[in-house]
Design a protein around this ligand. Structure first.
Ligand code: PEP
Ligand code: MG
Length: 596
């Protein structure tokens, strides 16, 4: 399917999840369709078992993907397609495919991709010989299944993306590592079939100001390479092969938004202070030292969250050592010129996958609830990497105002276990005569309901809190943060969330420790005033959002925000809360999201 019909071009409009504002107009660069040429090589006898295991993993991954697609079809009533995919899943495990492929791997000692191709060709041959249209058509099913397994076998070898500058990248989905590379190629926009508002792809797109729409479901089927596209990242709209009048309309909108942004950016050096004098500390979230300059340019007073997972993800096969952590931390501190910097220990797992984790995670039915983040750091698999990171961070602590933060703490026991590792590492450094900040602050993220509910107990043993709403919403609402089918339930203004945040803020205040929010909601100009009204006076966000949030807060008073919060906490639904906040901001004359 494409936008062409008898040589004429038809304008197609698709709506998805708006994740990164801005308008991009450019040519499509499709990712993931040209990877099907399989490598062919012979194996050493000792490698045969590992190759068979690799095949099984690819089949398992394919099965999971098909299950996900089925979920989508079920929701959109695609009954017949649903059954076809069930048939594809059965084929995936069919002995004619699996046993034959394994047979080739073992008997001919050839790699899994080559063996799979041979097995698929054999099955096609059988179908070809049958004089029946129905069976002939089954050839495409086996091709489809074979191709999916092949893609999963090849997954790690696809190499980095190299889109031309000003292209709009179109993909089923992108790994965070791929997305993290995209800004270096100056892509104009990004659209995907899968994904939700706080998927890491979305977060990275926002951090680099790449207009993006995700959750488009079938856009990779509709778009062809080089098609002209308009991406309206704020409105969640993608237009394929737009008519000249549509292009002119969006160019005009682009100009109006640029003018609006220039006005907003002029806020950047003004204090983030409400009209009645309450200071709100606005900090930036970064993925590494090269984002520090953007943070300062947009007026960040510090770094509230440095995600360090990317050190593990960009070079998939290289695990960062102590020196890498030390150098990275020193660089961030230096570039931030004395401003405070919070560095989070690695938060790997679920959708933030590193090479060394792949094996462990493939067997997990629920990776978001599995061996990830701090629990991975404390397990045998991650412990030495955790220690290496802590050594690097502690050594860097003498170079500036560095704080360490643990992600995904579930309770006091886990916090104590992690702090015990810090103490061990400190003792080691002392014994070696390596200097470090003895008073270094060690804080935690509150991103699970269990932690939020015992914030009073955690406040006795943590030096600060940072509420990670991206995960707190996911785990409170039981909504996968990257699943577009349930993204409508992913609601930061849900009364349950607001109560949790209020209670964490109160516990922090009573315990005498600072509390901030570093989830994406902090960057939402409609939600940020509510957070301040709930008692959170420190927010950390993508740097580019700081000026707009600051502009909104400068228009309010703390007194009004506290009254607003008192009122909205009585409301039963997120929709009503959203309406009440919108009404309040409208009365103030605050315009959110720029001109449309
Ligand atoms: C969060 O969960 O809100 C958060 C900031 O962490 P991440 O998005 O990296 O999971
Ligand atoms: Mg998180």
């Amino acid at each position: 399917m494409s936008g062409r019909d008898d040589g004429r071009t038809i304008e197609i409009r698709r709506e998805g999840v708006a994740v990164s504002a801005g308008i991009a107009i450019g040519r499509a660069f499709l990712v993931g369709r040209d990877l099907i040429k399989e490598p062919r090589y012979h194996l050493e006898p000792d490698d045969v078992d590992a190759e068979v295991a690799r095949l099984h993993r690819a089949i398992q991954a394919s099965d999971k993907q098909l299950e996900k697609i089925k979920g989508k079809l079920a929701a959109s009533e695609g009954e017949s397609d649903f059954h076809i995919i069930t048939a594809h899943q059965l084929m995936l495990h069919d002995e004619h495919l699996v046993d034959a492929t394994i047979g080739y791997i073992r008997d001919e000692q050839i790699n899994a991709e080559w063996a799979l191709r041979k097995a698929v060709d054999d099955i096609r041959g059988v179908f070809d010989a049958i004089e029946d249209d129905y069976f002939r058509e089954r050839r495409s099913d086996i091709d489809f299944v074979g191709e999916r397994v092949l893609r999963n076998l090849l997954g790690k070898d696809t190499g980095p993306l190299r889109p031309p500058p000003d292209a709009i990248v179109v993909a089923y989905d992108l790994s965070p590592a791929d997305t993290a590379q995209l800004h270096k190629h100056a892509v104009a926009g990004l659209i995907t079939d899968a994904g939700g508002k706080t998927s890491h792809t979305a977060i990275i797109a926002r951090a680099h100001e790449i207009p993006a729409v995700v959750g488009l479901e079938d856009v990779t089927e509709v778009v062809e390479d080089d098609d002209l596209l308009i991406v309206d990242g704020g409105g969640g709209v993608v237009i394929v092969n737009p008519q000249p009048t549509t292009v002119a309309e969006y160019r005009e909108q682009q100009r109006r938004q640029a003018a609006h942004e220039a006005v907003i950016l002029s806020n950047k050096d003004l204090p983030a202070r409400t009209r009645d004098g309450t200071e709100v500390r606005l900090q930036a979230n970064i993925d590494g030292p090269d984002e520090a300059a953007t943070a300062i340019e947009h007026g960040a007073v510090g770094i509230g969250l440095t995600r360090t997972e990317y050190l593990f993800m960009i070079e998939q096969d290289e695990i960062p050592d102590e020196e890498t952590h030390y150098r990275t931390a020193c660089e961030v501190l230096e570039r931030m010129g004395g401003r405070p910097v919070t560095i989070r220990t690695f938060d790997l797992g679920a959708d933030k996958l590193a090479g060394f984790l792949e094996e462990a995670q493939l067997g997990e039915a629920n990776p978001a609830l599995g061996l990830r983040s701090l629990r991975l750091c404390l397990a045998d698999l991650g412990r030495s990497l955790f220690r290496a990171q802590l050594r690097g961070l502690l050594r860097a602590s003498v170079k500036g105002d560095l704080r360490i933060m643990f992600p995904m703490v579930s309770g006091v026991g886990e916090l104590r276990a992690a702090k015990a590792v810090v103490e061990e590492v400190k003792a080691e450094l002392r014994a070696e005569g390596q200097p470090f900040d003895e008073q270094i602050k060690v804080g935690i993220m509150i991103e699970m309901p269990s932690a939020a509910l015992i914030a009073d107990l955690l406040a006795r043993e943590a030096d600060f809190f940072s509420i990670g709403t991206n995960d707190l919403i996911q785990y409170t609402m039981a909504v996968d943060r990257v699943n577009e089918l349930v993204s409508y339930l992913y609601e930061p203004l849900h009364p349950a969330l607001l109560r949790l945040i209020r209670d964490v803020a109160r516990a922090a205040k009573a315990g005498g420790i600072p509390v901030s929010i570093c989830g994406e909601v902090a960057a939402d100009p409609l939600v940020a005033p509510v957070l301040v009204g709930l008692g959170i006076h420190e927010l950390s966000m993508s740097a580019v959002s700081i000026p707009e949030v600051k502009g909104v807060l400068r228009a309010t008073t703390l007194w009004e925000l506290e009254r607003l919060v008192e009122r909205v906490l009585q409301l039963p639904t997120a929709g009503e809360i959203r309406d009440a906040v919108t009404e309040y901001l409208d009365e103030l004359g605050v315009q959110i999201g720029g001109p449309r």
